[in-house]
Design a binder for this molecule. Structure first.
Ligand code: FAD
Length: 294
């Protein structure tokens, strides 16, 4: 098999969240300025829990469109909104020139762990939202996928049924929840393919900027944290510099392992920080556009 790094077939996308403060706004735009020249396939902007960032997501996406050559993908959830309200947001994206939406059900308004109940008159899940988006316009639609199953799902099979429903409704790409064991991803991929789902299942990669935070986050979203990972960060709570080196080594090992087994597309959860992601992309053979052209 040709080496995808050497043959330049690697494609990446970067996920950002809308900033809350001026300082966060500055770090977001520093991250975009640093990562943008790597020519990502697209950059996505998350939608806060319960639709809490509706305006900020929209503003960030519009600024990306206005000030960069990047292709933005706007995340959108069904939480705490009627279909008509969500449709207004979809139309707003369309009018702003956004052509790609990451469609999600979202977490219950009371937070993860509560039973999810659709908003009265709202879209009931990711698949219904995908169908709604496709009815409104010719958007490219990406959706979520869960190699370790979503915590609400009774089984991996039920989870894959939902993925199938989202694909049948028009989704053309799935981005996975983060995972740390590549074998978990490939096992899931086999099951998805066996179910007749052929869209790209793009691995979501979370460089571990902060291990403690990652562990809390993983627990909430049903991603497992292997013991070897905890051991690698053991004793480094107050040692930021070493933590960073370990995080880079862990993520490098993971993505190069995936490449070795034929993966060519990666979605990075950047947490609005460029350095680790930039280094991993460099390892993947990506170089800034200006240098490539030189
Ligand atoms: P769905 O795909 O609709 O469902 C997830 C699973 O739950 C399915 O497998 C299904 O079997 C099961 N399920 C759904 N409804 C029910 C039900 N009523 N009863 C029993 N089981 C059910 N969240 C945000 O708030 N904003 C974001 O921007 C955001 N971006 C994300 C991006 C990615 C790539 C990923 C992986 C997740 C993101 N999330 C985001 C988190 C996501 O909103 C949560 O995981 C949410 O709980 C599920 O949304 P979904 O679209 O994945 O759900």
């Amino acid at each position: 098999m040709a080496n995808p790094v050497a043959s330049n077939r690697i494609r990446v996308s970067f996920e950002f969240f809308p900033p809350k403060t001026e300082e966060m706004e500055r770090s977001l735009w520093e991250a975009i300025a640093r990562l943008g020249p790597l020519s990502p396939n697209f950059v996505s902007v998350t939608y806060g829990a319960g639709g809490s960032t509706r305006e900020r997501t929209h503003t960030t996406v519009k600024r990306i469109l206005a000030e960069t050559a990047l292709v933005p993908a706007a995340h959108l959830t069904c939480v705490a909104a009627t279909r008509a309200e969500v449709d207004t947001v979809i139309r707003g994206y369309g009018e702003a020139g956004v052509r790609h939406i990451v469609a999600l059900r979202g977490d219950p308004p009371g937070g993860v762990g509560e039973r999810y109940a659709p908003h009265p008159g709202g879209y009931e899940n990711g698949a219904a939202l995908v169908a709604g988006i496709k009815r409104i316009g010719d958007f490219e639609v990406s959706v979520s996928a869960y190699p370790e199953k979503h915590p609400d799902s009774a089984s991996v099979e039920a989870d894959i049924d939902m993925l199938k429903a989202k694909v049948d409704a028009g989704a053309s790409r799935a981005i996975t929840q983060f995972f740390f064991e590549n074998a978990t991803y490939f096992r899931y991929l086999d099951r998805v393919r066996a179910r007749g789902i052929s869209i790209p299942i793009v691995p979501g990669i979370l460089p571990v900027q902060n291990f403690k935070q990652t562990r809390v986050f993983a627990e909430r979203c049903g991603a497992s944290v292997p013991r070897w990972l905890a051991e690698r960060f053991d004793g480094l709570d107050d040692d930021v510099a070493t933590r960073k080196l370990i995080a880079a080594a862990v993520a490098a090992e993971q993505v190069l392992g995936l490449v070795k087994q034929g993966v060519t597309d990666f979605h990075f959860y950047t947490m609005n920080r460029a350095d680790l992601v930039y280094a991993i992309c460099h390892l993947l053979g990506l170089r800034p556009a200006a240098r490539k052209a030189a």
